[in-house]
Each structure stands twice: as C-alpha cells, then as structure tokens.
Ligand binder design. Structure first.
Ligand code: CO8
Length: 258
C-alpha cells in the first residue's frame, strides 16, 4: 500500500516509520492512523522486519489528534465511529517491539501514540504534553491511563489538568522515556537500539514484550506467574539451547527464531 501520510523504510530488519504531515505537525487524522495501522500490520507480517521505530520530524513527533478533523463532530459521530478506538487497539496489538523516537512536540494523541510504543527514546528538544484540557476535552486514546501508570498520579494530574509540557530532562527523570540524546543523535540511537533488539531471538523478545505489558493489566502475583510460564515455555525453543550453549562456549549466539 502506498502511503500519503507516512514514509516507511525497511532496512537491516528494521522498519522505520516516519509520520509525515509536516503542514499539520504530524497531527493524527483518520487517514494517518489508518495508514499507521496498516504499516504496523505489514511490519508484523514481514519476515524482513524484526523491530519497528516510529518517529516524526525534528519539530514534532505529533502535535495531537487533528483538531480540524474533530472540531465539528458531534457526540453521535464520535460514539458511532468509536473515534480512533479500533486504530489505537490495533496499534497496541503489534507483536514486534516498537520504539518511539521523539523529537519536538509529542502532544495529546501524539504523546498517547508514543506511550503505546514499547519504549521512548527522545531528543533534547522533546516536549510531552496532554493539553486537551485547553480545548475543552481530555485525552482519548489512553493518556489518562498510560501516563498515570508510567509517571505516577502527581505528574499525570499536573499534565492533564494544567496542560503544561514536560521537557526531555523531566521526562527522563519521571520514567517516561528511557534515554535522552542530542537532536542529531535521535535516529542513530533509536536505530542502534532497534538493531540490538533485531539480533535477539524474536521468540524471547515477544515473550519479554508480552510479560512487561502484562504488568499493566494484572496483579503482581498473576503477572509473576505469567512471566514464569513464559520463561518455562522458552525452554521448548532451539533459541534457548543456542543462547545458553553460545554463552558456555564463549561465542556469539545464532538465533533462528525456532
Ligand atoms: N491538529 C491540527 N492541526 C494542527 C495541530 C493539531 N493538533 N497542531 C498543529 N497544527 C497545525 C496548525 O494549525 C498550523 O497549521 P496552519 O499553518 O495551517 O495554521 C501548523 O500545524 C503549525 O502549527 P502552529 O503554527 O501552531 O505552530 P507553532 O510552532 O506556533 O505551535 C504547537 C506548535 C504548540 C504544537 C501548536 O501547534 C499547538 O498547540 N498545537 C495543538 C496541540 C494540541 O492541543 N494537541 C492536542 C490535540 S487534541 C488530542 O490530541 C486528543 C487526543 C485523543 C483523540 C482520540 C479520540 C478518541
């Protein structure tokens, strides 16, 4: 499928997906989200992809859901189409690891999209925010739930109620992002992280992703049991035999996803 709002490059087992609506600071409209869902599904199904990086431009990862598209909609329009619900669900169903590489504004739905990824690497210019309150609404694709789980109630309430932005330093200090790098290093750093992931066993990577994500869905006891069963299950794979043999033989493992 040819995309109008995304640029997708696949190289070296990494799919780099760039949001590409520069005139609207990559605001998320129905077309962009539809194309993103399609690109992620294709990446999941493509043997030549082992890790995914989603990024925007230097000025904006995404400045929110598209206000022009939403402004005239009624409750009935939003409710009957379940506005952005199916797309958001589909994004979080992606099985391959996804890194968000954030530069500039990640606001509203843009911040929420970054939160849906497995982890966020940002540049020094990144600004995260949930400014929907300034528009008379609130976050709609997970911001009140994920941000609260990731940075705690105090910061989440502050952001959702005041609409203020969080800079890169505060985002790292709060646990929202895993790394902050200079602007020019953002894509190289994200691609290097993706390359590292792409060299692991995809079976173990998928299990790690499922287990960490499960920690947000269940009790500690159930989550630990889920983790232990996945851990036990990986002993049925050739990659476990290879990984442990390689360690003992002091060589690099050759994982085959089997
Ligand atoms: N939607 C549509 N267009 C946008 C958006 C947006 N969210 N953000 C920026 N743009 C457009 C501007 O309208 C402008 O277009 P034009 O040149 O045609 O007027 C262009 O992008 C450049 O923007 P600015 O001139 O405003 O650039 P500045 O550098 O002056 O400011 C800001 C940058 C601070 C990012 C500013 O553009 C801004 O405040 N944008 C809006 C941020 C915002 O409020 N985001 C939240 C939107 S609501 C939301 O995300 C809800 C999520 C849940 C939806 C799911 C429903 C279930």
């Amino acid at each position: 499928m040819a995309y109008q709002t995304l640029i997708v490059e696949i190289e070296d087992y990494i799919a780099l997906i760039r949001l590409n609506r520069p005139d609207a600071l990559n605001a998320l409209n129905a077309q962009l989200l539809g194309e993103l869902v399609d690109a992620l599904k294709s990446a999941d199904e493509n043997d030549k992809v082992r890790c995914i990086v989603i990024t925007g431009s230097e000025k904006a990862f995404a400045a929110g859901a598209d206000i022009k598209e939403m402004s005239e909609k009624s409750f009935v329009d939003m409710f009957t189409t379940d506005y952005f619900g199916p797309e958001a669900e589909a994004i979080t169903r992606t099985r391959k690891p996804i890194i968000a590489a954030v530069s500039g504004y990640a606001l509203g739905g843009g911040c929420e999209l970054a939160l849906m990824c497995d982890f966020i690497i940002c540049s020094e210019s990144a600004k995260f925010g949930q400014p929907e309150i300034n528009l008379g609404v609130i976050a709609g694709i997970g911001g009140t739930q994920r941000l609260t789980r990731f940075v705690g109630k105090a910061k989440a309430m502050d952001m959702h109620l005041t609409g203020r932005f969080m800079d890169a330093t505060e985002a790292e200090r709060s646990g929202l992002v895993s790394r902050v790098v200079p602007n020019a290093k953002l894509i190289p750093e994200a691609m290097a992280a993706a390359k590292k992931i792409s060299e692991k066993s995809m079976l173990a990577a998928a299990a790690a992703k499922e287990a960490v994500n499960r920690s947000y869905e269940t009790t500690l006891r159930e989550g630990i049991l889920f983790e232990r069963r996945l851990f036990h299950g990986l002993f049925a794979t050739e990659d476990q035999k290879e990984g442990m043999a390689a360690f003992l033989e002091k060589r690099e493992p050759q994982f085959r996803d089997k």
